[in-house]
Structure formats: C-alpha cells, structure tokens
Design a protein around this ligand. Structure first.
Ligand SMILES: Cc1cc2nc3c(=O)[nH]c(=O)nc-3n(C[C@H](O)[C@H](O)[C@H](O)COP(=O)(O)OP(=O)(O)OC[C@H]3O[C@@H](n4cnc5c(N)ncnc54)[C@H](O)[C@@H]3O)c2cc1C
Length: 419
C-alpha cells in the first residue's frame, strides 16, 4: 500500500484530501492528514466578528469540527508536526512518526506579535489583533466599549495573510462607528510599511480614493519597531512616532518554523516551490499548497483553492507516470468589504494586476471588478456557505466551471495596462 501524507487540514490540505480520496483507489493508496487541532475556523469571518456585523456575532459563525470535512477513507490524526526528513521520507509528530510516498505540505502561516518590542505584552490592554478566534472576540468587546479617539490599524510587515483584510478592517470600522453614531469622534488610520494602501497600483489608487471619501487617513512607509502602551505610542525603525487610543495590529507573519528546522524553509517558515508546478524545490515527492508557499501572490483562501487543483493534477500525473504541468499562474480572487453592505472584487495573478470589468461572465457579471457594489457584498456573504459545502470538499464553486484556477482575461478592461 502506498501512502499519501498531507500536513495541515486547513483550506488547502482539506481540498487535497477530499479530491485525492476520490481519485486514488483505496486498495492502492492510504491517505492520512495531520492537524494539531480539531477546530476548522472560517478565517474570512474573523474580519466581521470584531464588529459583530452581518450575523457574525460569536464563534458559531466561524467554527466547525474539521473532522466533518475529512471524507471517509482518509485517516485524520490530531497531532503536532515536529519535523520532516525528506531523505528518509518520514514526518515526526509529537506522538509518533509517519512515512510517505507522496507528501503535501499545507501548514499555512500565522502571526507573531512577540517579534515587535512591547506588542505581545500589550495585547488585551488597548492593543489587539483579529487573526485568531479569541483575538477577534476580544476586539469585539474593546470596540463595543470604545467611546471615541484615534484608531490605528497597523500592518507590521509584508507578506501578511489576506493582504486586503487591513483595508476591509478600516472600511468596516468606518461603517461600524457611523452606525453607532460616533463616527465624528473617531479618527481612523491605516499605518503601513508600504508606500500606498495596496501593493497593486491601479487598485491602490481606487482604494486611496475610497479612503479619502470615508475620511480615513494613510500613514505610509511606517515599519513598526515598537509599541509603548503606557504612552500609547508606536515607533517606526526610522524613529517616527504616532499615538493611538486603540491599536489593532497585524503582527509579523511567518510560515511554519518546523520547515526551517527541517531544511525545507526559507528562514521565515515558507517553503520554496516551483512557482508554477508547486513542487517543493530539490525534492522528488513533495508538493506544497496555500499560505505556506513562498510565491509572489496573495496568501488567500482563493489562492489555496486554485493551488490545490494544480497540486492534485500534478500528483496524479506523477502517480500515473506522466509529466507534471506548470499550470499555476498566481491567480487570486478577493472581495474587499467596504461597509454599508458593499464590496469591491479583485481578480489578478502573478503578471496581471486587478483590472476593472465583470466577473465571472464577461460583460454580464453579476460581480463588478474594482467596483464597490451591493452585489459584490452579497457574493462575499454567500461565500461562507460555499466554503463549507463545496470548496472544502473539492466541489466546483459555480456551474459550468465558471470559476477557473487560471486567470481569465475575457471581461477585463485592459486599456489601463497600456498607460
Ligand atoms: C482575518 C482574515 C480574513 C481573511 N479573509 C479572506 C478572504 O476574504 N478571502 C480569502 O480568499 N482568504 C481570506 N483569508 C485567508 C485564508 O483564510 C487563508 O489564506 C487560507 O485559510 C489558507 O489556507 P492554507 O490551507 O494555506 O492554511 P490554513 O487554512 O491556515 O491551514 C493550515 C493548517 O495547518 C495546521 N498546522 C500548522 N502548523 C502545524 C503543526 N506544526 N502541526 C499540525 N498542524 C499544523 C493549522 O492548524 C491549520 O489547520 C483571511 C484570513 C484572515 C486571518
């Protein structure tokens, strides 16, 4: 019996487990997936929980038992992965060890507030993050008690998980404080190490206009060095300072330390893969999927989904003695909530930045690219159901395979690219 081992049962790992179980004969292939905990969190919902918006009020809105999404015929192991030995084709965990014929690394990435002086010890005391369930719920209380003052949403450094989440947070803060009737008492700031609101120029310009319209300020080129929570000040490495009443930070993000310890990481816990085949460099039998990959596109669930399709195709090609395909193009597709029941949608890849147009049907939509619409918001709200029912189980998201893992140019206005 051959063995497929999947490390991490988040978005990417769960899709791979579901589809591979359908594709590989259970008399020939044993499939095991390992994760350190049993709760699967719908991470896009962590954005809404702090504001208790759109029905996201408590943990039941985002949390399910991940074993419900592992198909029968796949062994789920709850254990902490400690190391990978690519020569011996063995993975060690806290409680045991596992050999493999094919390995898929899907360990994601996480925030590390301890890397910024003064940040970790200040969390829960006027300093917050919202990238985990307990943090998002605590921020909900802090926001409910907030009577006015200066709010700073800080990005510590790039890359982060879901690069549009900071923008969504400040837009939703504007909506939240408007609904509360205290918007005129709150100053909202986006404090970023980058020169602009977003990394892609056309989208960044549009987001900057939206920020201006909503009276949200940008503090650019501010790589945070420390938090002084007594004085309520953050300092940059260039010794600039800015004060806050409520600091919400997206701390430095890292992949999985065990990858560095196993000689597979790039020093920041991300694994070097071929950008197009997603095969881990200098290995014969290892692929990676999702946020853990060191590739120049967004760390997003949509990307993990598109990557999973390519990893599955290439695993099957290899198993069947065929050549593997360089089919991943960096495709990413994200809604950007702007409050007031509206959202933008962006669709891009390694080479093509987000452009205006319609998605997924050219000229029809119903979603508007780089447009702030109610239909886009409805799409984002509908996505949670699709995530649990279709995406994790590896089923098509839309009829006629309308949402493809490669970027489609039809329906996009390319005239802006020629400028
Ligand atoms: C606030 C927020 C909003 C977001 N909004 C969006 C959005 O609107 N759209 C979008 O596309 N994406 C969004 N994302 C990003 C999206 O959730 C992630 O990109 C996606 O989940 C990545 O999938 P993954 O499989 O790579 O990693 P994950 O889903 O994070 O899974 C990694 C798994 O590995 C496990 N693991 C890690 N280390 C170990 C270990 N040593 N031992 C055992 N198990 C381990 C973890 O427990 C976890 O289950 C958002 C994320 C956040 C935080």
């Amino acid at each position: 019996m051959k063995k497929l081992l999947i490390l991490g049962s988040g978005t990417g790992g769960t899709i791979v487990a579901n589809v591979m179980r359908k594709k590989l004969k259970s008399t020939e292939w044993d499939i095991t997936i390992i994760d350190k905990n049993v709760d699967h969190i719908y991470q896009p919902g962590l954005l809404f929980l702090p504001f208790a918006l759109y029905g996201y009020e408590n943990e039941t809105a985002v949390k399910k038992d991940r074993r419900d999404f592992i198909p029968s015929g796949v062994n789920f192991v709850q254990d902490e992965i400690k190391s990978i030995d690519k020569n011996k084709k063995t993975v060690k965990t806290a409680k045991g060890s596992y050999t493999y014929d094919k390995l898929v690394i899907a360990l994601g990435c996480d925030v590390h507030p301890g890397e910024i002086e003064g940040m970790k010890e200040s969390i829960g005391n006027g300093v917050n993050t919202f990238y985990s369930l307990p943090e998002a719920l605590r921020l909900q209380k802090d926001l409910a008690n907030f009577k006015g003052g200066k709010v700073i949403l800080n990005i510590a450094e790039m890359p982060i998980k879901c690069p549009v989440a900071p923008l969504e947070f400040i837009f939703l803060a504007d909506y939240y404080f408007t609904k509360k009737g205290i918007r005129d008492k709150v100053e909202i700031n986006l404090c970023t190490p980058a020169p602009g609101a977003f990394s892609k120029p056309i989208a960044s310009e549009i987001m900057s206009h939206s920020m201006k319209d909503k009276n949200i300020h940008l503090i650019p080129n501010f790589p945070i060095a420390s938090v002084d929570n007594k004085k309520k000040i953050i300092k940059s490495f260039q010794k600039e300072e800015t004060n806050y009443d409520l600091l919400v930070s997206i701390p430095p993000t890292r992949g999985a330390d065990i990858l560095d310890d196993s000689g597979l990481g790039n020093g920041a816990g991300y694994v070097d893969v071929d950008h197009h085949t997603l095969k881990v460099k200098d290995t014969d039998d290892i692929y990676a999927v999702g946020d853990v990959c060191n590739v120049p596109t967004s760390k997003a669930g949509s990307v993990a989904h598109f990557m999973a399709e390519v990893v599955i195709e290439n695993l099957l090609n290899e198993i069947n003695g065929k050549s593997i395909h360089p089919d991943f193009d960096g495709h990413s597709n994200c809604f950007i909530e702007t409050g007031f029941k509206k959202a933008y949608l962006i669709d891009f890849n390694y080479k093509i930045e987000p452009l205006p147009g319609k998605f997924p049907l050219p000229g029809i939509g119903p979603f508007g690219l780089l447009k702030d619409t109610k239909m886009n918001h409805r799409g984002k709200m509908a996505f949670r159901n699709l995530y649990w029912k279709k995406l994790l189980r590896g089923k098509p998201l839309a009829p006629f395979n309308l949402v493809k893992n490669k970027l489609q140019m039809a329906g996009k206005d390319t005239s802006l690219l020629k400028k």
